[in-house]
Design a protein around this ligand. Structure first.
Ligand code: PLP
Length: 407
């Protein structure tokens, strides 16, 4: 008899974005004349940079010729892209411990985040921040670890990046997202070093999600976990072209598993290379990213590509800065928004995340994301996204200014 993986039944239904959509639709129906402005989007909106489009055209043309046609490629990604990533994202940034063989090109960070659990043991205690990107939690629940997830409060007191002190129990697997979705906070070098040290002391593994790395402009903030000494023996890094280069619809990212990372299997004494296991997993279950998409990713690193991507990031960052400074001037408590495309706003006294969401929608036709949708510690906050147009962001700020000051 066929049965289900019972752990899928332990997942909480994900209502956040459907609830938002339902409320926005109801508002629009009752106020057909009002133009809704969306500050809730977690997706890029600018078109793909021209050098990327050009690379796609070239690759398409190649595929139509006998000499240029490519069938199955290497599951780990083409050497041209792995070498480029290694050079541009690591070697040139002073990181010497990463080799092209450590880099596994994929269809994005979300899949890798979930897939990586295939190669890890069952009885792990998992640490995530609260609020959190829901993928870390739900993929662990699917893998049967619902009772083994420890939520670490991300609060104003710790700058929305919890550290390894006073943990309620020892952790074996730790997720860090920096720059962070949803709070826009960025982990300092000092904090990350404490996590790396923690991992060494407890034989724990760190999964470092740096999907928003391109938004960092503060020179003191680390872009990669491998800037921290000792991380190459305890950390996996997951990156994506989604936010950096507008690939949310094109789909490409990569995961770094350093050769030096060794882990023992449950009940066995000998250490096994995590990279070797991930390679085995990928070559068995994945047949690689399309050649055309990998050429598009390669173009991100050309001088024209770098310039175009930097221009798009600067555009979103201008929105984030406008939101942040305007809201601060209005007297709101705002966090993030400086090295990230999200502003994390403390709702005024007397409101909850959802009641402030409703208030902004009803009063000013503004759509935001209630912080409580990302975890209990997100209650009392809303997330504002900088991924809209500059004009829409300006208009949103004007509407926010029309709200009574002391609410
Ligand atoms: C957007 C985002 C990603 C990127 O996911 P892709 O699957 O590569 O599009 C990864 N992590 C976080 C936290 C994100 O918000």
């Amino acid at each position: 008899m066929i049965t289900l993986n019972p752990h899928f039944l332990e997942l909480k239904p994900s209502y956040l974005f459907t609830d938002i959509a339902r409320k926005v639709e109801a508002f629009q129906q009752s106020h057909p004349d009002r133009q809704v402005l969306k500050l809730g989007i977690g997706d890029v909106t600018l078109p793909l940079p021209e050098p990327v489009i050009q690379a796609i055209h070239n690759a398409v043309a190649e595929m139509g010729t006998a000499e240029g046609f490519r069938g199955y490629g290497p599951e780990q990604g083409y050497a041209f892209l792995r070498e480029k990533i290694c050079q541009a994202d690591y070697t040139q940034r002073g990181i010497g411990c990463i080799q092209p063989e450590d880099i596994f090109v994929s269809d994005g960070a979300k899949s890798d985040t979930g897939n990586f659990l295939d190669i890890l043991g069952q009885h792990l205690t998992v640490g995530v921040a609260d609020p959190v990107y829901p993928v870390y939690v739900d993929t662990n629940i699917m893998a049967g670890r619902a009772q083994q997830i420890v939520r670490l409060p991300a609060t104003a007191a710790n700058g929305y990046q919890p550290g390894p002190d006073n943990l309620p129990q020892a952790l074996d697997l730790i997720y860090i997202c920096s720059p962070n979705n949803p709070t826009g906070s960025v982990a300092s070098r000092e904090l990350l070093q404490r996590w790396v040290d923690y991992c060494h002391d407890h034989h724990a593994l760190l999964i470092f999600d740096s999907a928003y790395e391109a938004f960092i402009s503060d020179p003191d903030l680390p872009h990669s976990i491998y800037e921290l000494p000792g991380s190459e023996t305890c950390a996996v890094e997951i990156r994506s072209y989604s936010k950096k280069a507008g690939f949310t619809g094109l789909r490409c990212g990569y995961t770094v598993v350093p050769a030096a990372l060794k882990v023992t299997a449950e009940g066995r004494p000998d250490e096994v290379s995590l990279r070797q296991l991930w390679n085995r997993r990928q070559t068995t279950k994945f047949n690689g990213v399309p050649y055309i998409v990998q050429r598009a990713a390669e173009a991100v690193y050309s001088p024209e590509g770098e310039q175009a991507c930097a221009g798009n990031i600067a555009y979103y960052k201008r929105n984030a800065a406008l939101l942040k400074t305007s809201l601060a001037k209005m007297g709101y408590q705002v966090y993030g928004g400086s090295n990230a495309p999200y502003v994390w706003l403390k709702v005024p006294a007397g409101f909850s995340s959802w009641s402030f969401f409703d208030y902004l929608l009803e009063q000013q036709a503004l759509v935001t994301t209630p912080g409580s949708g990302f975890g209990d510690c997100g209650e009392g906050y809303i997330r504002l996204s900088a991924f809209g147009s500059y004009e829409a962001t300006q208009a949103a700020v004007q509407r926010l200014q029309q709200l009574p000051r002391q609410i």
